[in-house]
Write a protein of this length. Structure first.
Length: 87
């Protein structure tokens, strides 16, 4: 995709991810599971969910995802649109 993650942190699940997200001042968190959505919400980060993992789009939306993409290849375009809108 031509993008590099700001940080890679493992061994955290769901709301436990909020601590790392806050530590890194994350405004957006991308994941593919309802646990990722819960972690983003707990940290006050925008939850961008990708429906190519274990959870379908409907489940991700029901969990509170702010944005649901059908595939990770959509993320760079979404991010470039998001950045100018946020500025």
């Amino acid at each position: 995709l031509g993008i590099e993650p700001d940080a890679v942190i493992g061994d955290l699940w769901a709301e436990q991810k909020a601590e790392a997200l806050r530590e890194h001042d994350a405004g957006v968190y991308v994941g593919d599971h309802v646990g990722d959505v819960r972690g983003a919400r707990a940290a006050g980060a925008l939850s961008v969910a990708v429906a190519t993992g274990p959870c379908p789009e409907e489940e991700l939306r029901a969990a509170g995802a702010d944005v649901v993409l059908t595939g990770l290849a959509e993320f760079p375009g979404w991010l470039s649109d998001y950045r100018p809108a946020r500025a």
